[in-house]
Ligand binder design. Sequence first.
Ligand SMILES: [Zn+2]
Ligand SMILES: [Zn+2]
Length: 90
Amino acid sequence: MWIKKDEIRAAGVDVDALPVVDIVGSPRCSVQGCGARGAENHHWAPREAFGADADLWPTDYLCVPHHDRWHETMTTAVTTAVNNNPRSKS
Ligand SMILES: [Zn+2]
Ligand SMILES: [Zn+2]
């Protein structure tokens, strides 16, 4: 989404006080040592699992490789944990 500076000013916002990242419109990855631009908004509480409560949890920007890695790693970890839990085998 791109908002013209004039529209932001009309809404009473001091454009020059905004963080640079908002003006450029390309958020940076929050992973230490990365900071790649074009990051995606990541919900720490996925909507599929938390439903409407997902919006109560924090979000962060992650670049595509880090975002993919988080979801792949967590999916693998959860799957492994379930498979190793004897109670889940019926
Ligand atoms: Zn995500
Ligand atoms: Zn990254």
